[in-house]
Design a protein around this ligand. Structure first.
Ligand SMILES: [Zn+2]
Length: 427
């Protein structure tokens, strides 16, 4: 697969590169980055006025296949990823059945090879069935192709189990992706605990229920030498815990989602209980939100991840406290961050690109995240001036559950190239 991407501003945080250059991809790999390159067969993509980045990698995607193909499939989920500018997604294991064994991992990879339009990196479960009782076979999962382990969707409630998971994962050089929630404090929650929940009479999830487990697992990573990655971090306390953990050399990394960076629990009231504002962790108060933005800007938070969680209409068109948690994110994440973080100057473009490409690759040791010659020919092309109105009816994803419907945004991914092949191009 050959393609010449001509005349763009090449922004590659892995090499501190920001210059007007051409990128040549040959046989699916980056072969040259330089001036006035000549195509040797294959396509040419005119990138004048556009930004050419290492392909974006989403560390946190729920593809729902196997088992819930009514919500999403590997085919629709990866098309959604490409449309949003992602060249790779890490697939969370809370499918039906849970991806807790090599056979399921291989089946996911086979389906992805046949029907996926972007790369799919499976994540295996920490415990069998993600039930928190018995560790899965990490060696088998690793060998079958899993790039990390997680019981995402559920916390690992037992400290003893998490300690053993970190030790066991270390033996296979796997990162533990941690859904941090103290279940004793969150039972039956519908939204963030605080004045808005009190006003609405909904049961709350207090921010400390996240912070406690982030603190616990950073301490456990410290004594085991294991690697922990904090998923969808949403509280000021968690940002502080990660910052202190990093300062003393613990192997901890973290991600935040666009919705926790941009929205607050006030939206639950303002939308009159629109269930597309319901997720786990819930939208927080503004002090927490601002702390998460600050943590991203100062490098405490390494990555932006979508937590793309498609649901059927039936799962969402119910009473607020009964509704399924989660929103779709693959087709809105990049545009939201460009419009609401980079344009107002809260984050530099270089930082955003790093948080979506170089850092996620580094966190899990994935190929990509760089345009260095020899690396995979995965490229995301951005148009910073392209106007874009979020229209859920036109999503490639089967999910329509987003609180960002009708948002008018400026800036988006206009081309997604995977292994030298154009997986998506905006018209
Ligand atoms: Zn989660």
């Amino acid at each position: 697969m050959n393609i010449l991407i001509k005349g763009g501003r090449v922004l590659d945080p892995s090499r501190n590169l920001d210059a007007d250059l051409d990128v040549l991809i040959e046989d699916g790999r980056v072969s040259q980055v330089g001036e006035k390159l000549k195509a040797r067969g294959g396509e040419t993509l005119d990138a004048a006025g556009l930004v050419v980045c290492p392909g974006f990698i989403d560390l946190h995607t729920h593809l729902r296949e196997p088992g819930r193909e009514d919500k999403e499939t590997i085919a629709t989920g990866t098309r959604s990823a490409a449309a949003g500018g992602f060249t790779a997604v890490c697939a969370m294991p809370n499918t039906e059945p849970v991806n807790d064994s090599a056979g399921i991992t291989r089946a996911i990879l086979e389906r992805a090879a046949a029907e996926g339009v972007v790369r799919v990196w499976p994540i295996g479960a920490i415990t069998k069935g993600s039930k928190g009782q018995e560790l899965a076979e990490f060696g088998d999962l690793r060998e079958a192709g899993c790039v990390a382990v997680s019981d995402d969707g559920r916390p690992v409630a037992s400290s003893r189990m998490m300690r053993r998971a970190l030790e066991y994962a270390k033996a296979f050089d796997l990162t533990v992706i941690d859904h941090c929630e103290e279940p004793g404090l969150t039972e039956g929650f519908a939204m963030n605990e605080g004045p808005v929940a009190t006003w609405l009479g909904l049961r709350g999830y207090p921010p400390v229920a996240e912070t406690i487990v982030v603190e616990r697992d950073i301490h456990l990573a410290e004594i085991t030498g294991g690697k922990v990655h904090i998923a969808h971090l949403s509280t000021a306390g968690a940002v502080d815990a990660v910052r202190r953990g990093k300062a003393r050399g613990v192997r901890v990394t973290a991600e935040a989602t666009p919705h926790h960076l941009l929205l607050t629990d006030q939206l639950v009231r303002d939308t009159e209980y629109d269930t597309s504002t319901k997720m786990n962790p819930p939208l927080r108060g503004d002090a927490d939100r601002q702390a998460v933005v600050a943590g991203l800007a100062d490098g405490t938070i390494d990555c932006i991840a979508t937590d793309h969680a498609p649901h059927s209409v039936d799962d969402k068109k119910v009473e607020y406290d009964q509704a399924a948690n989660g929103i779709v994110g693959l087709e809105t994440a990049v545009a939201l961050c460009l419009d609401r973080l980079v344009r107002p100057g809260l984050l530099e473009l270089r930082q955003l690109v790093a948080a979506l490409s170089t850092h996620p690759a580094r966190v899990l040791g994935l190929p990509g995240g760089t345009l260095k010659p020899g690396s995979p020919g995965d490229v995301t092309v951005l148009d910073l001036e392209r106007r874009f109105k979020v229209n859920p009816e036109r999503f490639e994803s089967k999910g329509r559950n987003t609180p960002f419907g009708s948002w008018q945004l400026t800036g988006r991914a206009v081309a997604t190239i995977v292994g030298g092949r154009v997986a998506f191009q905006a018209r």
